[in-house]
Design a protein around this ligand. Structure first.
Ligand SMILES: C[S@@+](CC[C@H](N)C(=O)[O-])C[C@H]1O[C@@H](n2cnc3c(N)ncnc32)[C@H](O)[C@@H]1O
Length: 208
């Protein structure tokens, strides 16, 4: 994980300036997520990056604990929060592996563009399930590189060796669906804006 942390710290400035690849899909994901908000909600975001999504969601919920492994990403996120006057986000530098969260304590976990970057993805999905209250939601957007980008398997190791790419796992949408179901989630919404686009899922921990 050390290598990925170094990569993301170096990437932070460039990442914060990069344009959203598919603005229409991003807006729809925001809207689908917001449809589940109530003003009392406690959210955890893992891999929040520069906080763009947390900042947009914050006015609709009670509090967001927005976490990321990269201090440089979080410095930019904190600056943006201060500039926009958003005060109900706590930004915290932590790997998803080190987060302490009481079981059953959260209404929602956001994992946006991160699950494919984790070597222990299935463990993280199971932990998110444990953190959620019965009826709580895990919302994910995940790049599934084995659906159409499998050729990158041959290029990526070189980029990683040169420090130009982070750890990335290759998975299919079908595989991800099987993994979230195996963790106990019900798939409430499963949307892919295009054949090779990131898969957006709204996943519910069944009510007790
Ligand atoms: C592709 S960016 C996505 C950022 C943001 N969620 C978004 O959608 O724009 C991936 C983020 O995950 C963070 N990350 C990578 N590995 C992590 C880990 N093990 N724990 C927490 N954050 C991690 C990186 O620092 C980076 O900010």
């Amino acid at each position: 994980m050390r290598t990925s942390k170094t990569f993301w710290n170096k990437a932070a400035d460039r990442y914060s300036k990069s344009a959203i690849a598919d603005p229409a899909a991003y807006e729809k994901k925001l809207e689908l997520t917001r449809g589940h908000f109530t003003p009392e909600m406690e959210l955890l975001e893992i891999g929040c990056g520069t906080g763009s999504t947390a900042l947009l969601h914050a006015p609709h919920v009670k509090h967001i604990r927005a976490t990321d492994i990269s201090e440089n990403m979080l410095t930019i996120a904190r600056e943006k929060a201060e500039a926009t006057g958003v005060t109900n986000i706590t930004f915290e530098c932590a790997s998803v592996d080190d987060l302490e969260v009481a079981n059953g304590s959260l209404d929602m976990v956001l994992a946006l563009s991160i699950l494919h970057l984790l070597p222990n993805r299935q463990d993280v999905i199971r932990r998110a399930y444990a953190m959620l209250r019965p009826g709580g939601l895990l919302i994910t957007s995940t790049v599934c590189l084995s659906d159409g980008y499998g050729f990158l398997k041959f290029i990526l190791p070189v980029a990683q060796w040169l420090g130009q790419a982070p750890y990335v796992d290759f998975l299919t949408a079908k595989q991800l669906e099987a993994e979230v179901k195996a963790a106990g989630f019900e798939i409430e919404h499963n949307w892919r804006p295009g054949p090779k686009k990131a898969v957006f899922m709204v996943l519910r921990k069944p009510a007790a």
